[in-house]
Design a protein. Structure first.
Length: 141
């Protein structure tokens, strides 16, 4: 339970996306907290599970960028919340849970956050493309 494990990297935000959500403090708090999970022991993951779940709940309740107020983005955040809830539940099953199971759950959380970041990148990339197309159309006429 005390062996530190290196976990998968989270897909980062591209510069365009970073600029659009830099003032979204709940997202920044989740990102900062999840950075601890890159190299973490199962015991530490369980110790941080309650805080992480609370931060993700705040994130879910505070989607500020209007471009992200879509069903597909909310779905990704819901999956992330469900994965953090599972890790939180593991804190109550300490005697019946193994370090491998905790590490697998950490991987699922990081994958869910990667999917969330990927969606943020896709939304802002699409908006940028749409903006360029609109600008080109205006220049034609």
């Amino acid at each position: 339970m005390s062996v530190v494990t290196k976990h998968s990297s989270v897909i980062p935000l591209v510069e365009n996306s970073k600029g659009k959500i830099q003032n979204w403090k709940e997202y920044q708090a989740v990102t900062d907290n999840l950075n601890k999970f890159s190299f973490i022991s199962a015991k530490e993951a369980l110790n941080n599970a309650l805080t992480l779940n609370e931060l993700v709940r705040f994130l879910k309740d505070s989607i500020r960028p209007k471009e992200l107020l879509t069903l597909s983005f909310r779905t990704r955040v819901n999956v992330l919340e469900n994965e953090t809830l599972r890790l939180k539940d593991m804190t109550f099953l300490l005697s019946a849970i193994k370090a491998d199971e905790i590490n697998q759950q950490v991987e699922k959380i990081l994958a869910a956050f990667s999917a969330t970041n990927s969606k943020i990148n896709a939304v802002y990339n699409q908006l940028e493309i749409d903006e360029k197309i609109n600008l080109e159309d205006q220049l034609k006429y």
